[in-house]
Design a protein around this ligand. Structure first.
Ligand code: ADP
Length: 601
């Protein structure tokens, strides 16, 4: 069904629903974008601040570690051993090197190196944490005035180690170096530290620390894979990439001052956009509620509008079908629809009244006409009847004249007398035909099932003389159905058609007439065809010839009265049938009559 075909009752809610959906989607889309932008902005700002703080924190922590190493390097026992590594000084030096304090178990080993870069002493478990080449690189650039330095992260299995070096100086002279090897272990104490961190960065964020050279990374518990983008620049911008196992993330990185380290903080993108998502869910719920309420309201409104309209439509349809009694206004309304219904009601009343007046007038006129018709028919009938006796007398006396006084008349006299007799005969036939026609219009016809073969048999008897005189061939189809009609009238009709089929054939040609039946209207009616090989009729005369006295030829060519086909038409009408012709000039004629089939419903 097209939109135009939809009822107003459905159209109104659809329109309002559609409008609500469009408004909700446009407004909701804009609001969602705004919320998304602002939540992303807030998250990115927080990311930057927290990353800055973390980098600061690591710098402070580095300073503390370096200060700790420097304190060990400055201890007299260490200095003494660095000056002269004698066996009696070793115990005190080892004591001084040994790590103390709460984070001491993070220190895997402490080494004392000489100024000539040879290891003098070691405390703790250097394997696998300590690295000779790493230590050499660490101290390479240390001058006596430096407080110390930290080295890059170094992978040791799943863990990470890094070195802290401080110069051993006495009286401005470089005596050696203290190198501490610390590891980033997965021990329980780290958890406490991490809890503190979590509080700072939030539970959804992930913190990574790695070398600025981007080769080694740790999440402060174990080794971590490097991020898929270059973060070593530590610029203030926001990084967006995909972290294997964590999905898309938003991240920020900072270089840790005075160290070769970079700190990297990641937020899952889903967490950043979570407020926007939540907003979208709420928006969808609110939108659906508004839509539902809107649809219900629109449906209710459309019902109050369409109910009187439907009543009006039904009323109009009833009036169109001829029923003027249907009530249109049942509850008076003050609005436009109410006024329309009132006006419609008044209109229907007017139409009903004028229709009744009109019908009354038509009935009166019809009665009048019927009476006049009756009078006319009676007049025609009595005139025809009265004309007959003088005519018969004329014919009789002409015969008597010819028989009794024929010998006394000359040739011309005899011919005149014969012409008078012929004219009287023609007149007599005319009167016969007119009487038959007028009889047909006056008499009641009782319709009954008629066997067409029996009827045709009767008609053939009537035209026997014509058949014989013209030597005509009449073929009647074997199977003919039974129709509803009036036997004697139908016999007359078919006799007229057969007679014409034989008569209107050029002299010298043997008349051939064929009669056959055909089913019409899905079998409800029978069309009987009477086809000849005669002179044919031009299409413009096909209707005319069915009127009284309409003839296409002179009596001298084809004798006749011009009433035969008028009888056919009138008789068929009176029997509830129809009649017609199909023909072209010079190509024969196909006359037909149509009647209800007797065994049809
Ligand atoms: P009639 O036969 O007495 O002249 P009809 O009313 O039967 O009168 O026919 C009217 C006219 O229709 C005829 O004069 C003739 O011109 C034409 N007509 C009727 N039947 C045929 C036919 N089978 N073939 C040709 N013309 C016909």
């Amino acid at each position: 069904m097209t939109v135009r075909g939809l009822s107003i009752k459905a159209k109104l809610p659809l329109l309002i629903g559609g409008l609500l959906v469009v408004v909700t989607v446009i407004y909701g889309g804009a609001a969602y974008q705004a919320v998304r932008r602002s939540s992303a902005g807030a998250a990115i700002a927080r990311l930057g601040t927290v990353t800055d703080q973390l980098a600061q924190l690591l710098t402070t922590s580095r300073d503390q570690l370096v200060a700790g190493a420097r304190a060990v390097a400055d201890s007299p026992a260490v200095r003494a051993y660095a000056i002269r590594p004698a066996a009696d000084r070793r115990g005190a030096a080892e004591m001084a090197l040994r790590p103390t304090g709460p984070q001491s178990q993070q220190v895997a080993a402490v080494e004392l190196w000489g100024a000539d870069r040879h290891r003098l002493l070691v405390v703790g478990t250097p394997e696998p944490w300590a690295d000779a080449a790493g230590a050499a690189a660490l101290v390479a650039h240390l001058s006596p005035t430096d407080s110390g330095t930290v080295g890059p992260f170094r992978p040791v299995g799943d863990s990470i180690a890094y070195g802290i070096a401080a110069p051993v100086v006495a009286g401005g002279r470089l005596l050696g170096y203290v190198v501490q090897w610390r590891r980033i272990p997965s021990s329980a104490d780290l958890k406490d530290q991490n809890t503190g961190l979590r509080r700072l960065i939030g539970s959804d964020a992930h913190l990574f620390v790695g070398n600025a050279t981007d080769d080694v990374w740790t999440d402060l518990v174990k080794r971590a894979p490097p991020p898929p983008v270059d973060v070593s620049k530590g610029a203030g911008g926001v990084l967006r990439y995909e972290r294997a196992g964590a999905g898309p993330v938003v991240a920020a990185s900072r270089l840790v001052v005075h160290t070769p380290w970079v700190v990297l903080l990641e937020f899952p993108r889903a967490v950043v956009l979570a407020p926007a998502r939540q907003f979208l869910t709420q928006l969808t719920l609110i939108g659906a509620t508004i839509l539902l309420v809107g649809l219900l309201a629109a449906w209710a409104t459309s019902l109050t509008l369409t109910r009187p309209l439907t009543r009006l439509t039904r009323g109009a349809e009833a009036v169109a079908a001829g029923d003027y009694a249907q009530p249109v206004v049942d509850q008076p309304r003050g609005d436009e629809l109410g006024r329309l219904a009132d006006a419609f009601h008044v209109m229907v009343t007017h139409v009903r009244e004028s229709q009744q007046r009109l019908e009354e007038r038509v009935r009166a006129r019809t009665r009048e006409l019927e009476e006049r018709n009756q009078e006319l028919e009676t007049f025609a009938y009595s005139i025809s009847h009265d004309l007959r006796s003088p005519l018969r007398a004329m014919e009789g006396f002409t015969h008597a004249l010819l028989e009794d006084y024929g010998s006394k008349l000359d040739e011309t006299g005899r011919q005149h007398a014969e012409r008078v007799a012929a004219a009287a005969r023609t007149m007599d036939r005319l009167i016969d035909d007119l009487l038959a026609y007028s009889q047909l219009t006056r008499s009641e016809l009782d319709l009954a099932p008629i066997d067409l073969r029996r009827v045709l048999h009767g008609s053939m008897q009537q035209v026997e003389g014509e058949v014989r005189s013209r030597n005509a061939r009449v073929t009647i189809a074997d199977s003919l159905p039974t129709v509803v009609g009036h036997g004697p009238t139908l016999t007359q009709v078919l006799a007229n058609l057969l007679a014409n089929g034989i008569k209107f054939v050029p002299a010298g040609r043997t008349p051939e007439v064929r009669v056959r039946a055909e089913s019409r209207n899905g079998g409800g009616r029978v069309r009987l065809w009477v086809e000849d090989n005669g002179i044919g009729i031009a299409p413009e005369h096909h209707e005319r010839i069915f009127r009284v006295f309409e003839r296409l030829h002179r009596s001298s060519d084809y004798p006749g009265t011009g009433i035969g086909l008028a009888i056919v038409r009138k008789a068929m009408e009176r029997m509830g049938g129809t009649s017609g012709v199909e023909s072209q000039l010079g190509q024969g004629s196909r006359f037909w009559i149509e009647l209800p089939r007797a065994d049809a419903d």
